[in-house]
Design a protein around this ligand. Structure first.
Ligand SMILES: Nc1nc2c(c(=O)[nH]1)N[C@H]1C(S)=C(S)[C@@H](COP(=O)(O)O)O[C@H]1N2
Ligand SMILES: [Mo]
Length: 354
């Protein structure tokens, strides 16, 4: 059987505040290939900064031959590309961690898929002439706050090879509309296939550096650590995962699910940052069935799946488990690390059939 621990420790007011500010995807919105902007999850560490597209500059500096300072007109005048990208927060699921960290209390809903429009970063880097001895590119947002007693702007780096991948974009539009303030207006990075922390919002500077970046969000946060003093490994690509649209109707306020007996189409989405999804299995009370897979909207977007269940009256637990072409498969038992990052435990959906 699948083991999913309950999140039964008391919640704090600061967790509630973060859950309200940074909302998840309402799971019924898994029905959309492209998540409407207001239903896409949000993760904002500090305050949403005040920005003005008319005066915005993106500076490209550091170890480059030709430093650049670009306006939004300069950036939006460059060749544009639109990609459907599924993005998940690396902390998704960690509310169920025993002795959980007091951070964003995600259950499983920190995911969404948007059509992002922007211009390839690689071409801008080439124009700036990144020095051959550069090892990383650092991306800086203008949002500012304190985390781990360190006052900081939100900053993350990518290796030179990762930054030069053709799918990495400097983005100004989401689902055909200008970026909303909460999604990084007027400019953000999108790193397809990676957990969300790499996709820096409110992006105003890019710097080529000759030694690995030591910023807080790079070397302290967003790491898989086995113990407090383990420096750990940085989070990169999204692990394989499937989610199900809870079937039937919701009871308020418990949000328990009530389903009518008979054929019930169970459906959802599956994704992996490592390889295409090749298989989804649907569990009914621990017995697994092969789901049918639909087509993904490009290489970086989730894949739809469905399976018809003959629902019998009584209490049941539904679940779904995804596998990708690299042979990665969601684990039956959840695993944890110090920050509760990068887990891909199997969602369970208890339902009552009448
Ligand atoms: N500048 C900045 N960029 C950021 C963040 C942030 O707090 N500040 N949060 C990151 C994290 S942890 C995630 S999961 C994604 C969420 O993007 P979204 O809010 O557009 O869904 O943004 C990333 N980019
Ligand atoms: Mo995140």
């Amino acid at each position: 059987m699948i083991e999913v621990p309950p999140a039964d420790e008391p919640f704090s007011l600061d967790e509630l505040q973060k859950a309200a500010r940074n909302h998840g995807l309402p799971l019924e919105a898994l029905r959309y290939d492209v998540t409407p902007a207001g239903l896409h999850y949000l993760l904002i560490h500090y305050d949403i900064p005040a920005t003005d597209a008319a005066t915005w500059r993106l500076d490209i500096a550091g170890n480059v031959a030709r430093p650049l300072s670009l306006s939004m007109d300069d950036i939006m005048g460059r060749p544009a590309r639109t990609l459907a990208v599924t993005m998940e927060c690396a902390g998704n699921g960690r509310v169920r961690m025993p002795n959980r960290v007091r951070s964003q209390p995600w259950i499983v809903e920190a995911v969404g898929t948007a059509e992002w429009t922007g211009t390839p970063l690689a071409d801008v880097l080439a124009e700036a002439g990144v020095g051959a001895d550069s090892v990383e590119i650092v991306f800086g947002g203008i949002d500012h706050g304190i985390q781990g007693e360190v006052e900081q702007d939100y900053q993350r780096s990518l290796t030179l090879d990762d930054a030069r991948r053709e799918e990495v974009l400097l983005v100004w539009a989401m689902n055909g509309q200008p970026l909303l303030p909460q999604h990084g207006a007027p400019l953000r990075l999108i790193v397809p296939g990676w957990y969300g922390m790499a996709s820096v919002k409110w992006l105003n500077r890019i710097e080529a550096v000759t030694s690995p970046f030591q910023g807080y969000q790079q070397v302290t946060a967003y790491r898989i650590q086995q113990s407090e003093d383990d420096p750990g490994e940085p989070l990169t690509r999204m692990k394989v995962r499937a989610l199900m649209t809870p079937p039937g109707i919701a009871e308020f306020p418990s949000l328990n699910r009530l389903v009518d007996a008979g054929p019930v189409t169970l459906a959802g989405r599956a994704w992996s940052g490592f390889a295409p999804i090749t298989r989804v299995e649907v569990g009914v009370d621990g017995v697994w069935h092969e789901a049918d897979l639909g087509a993904a909207n490009g290489s970086f977007a989730w894949r739809p799946w469905s399976w018809t269940w003959q629902a019998e009256p009584g209490e049941h637990v539904l679940s779904c488990q995804a596998t990708d072409a690299a042979g990665n498969r969601q684990p039956l038992a959840p695993f944890w690390n110090v920050q509760g990052m990068g887990n891909n435990y199997i969602q369970t959906v208890p339902v009552r059939v009448r």
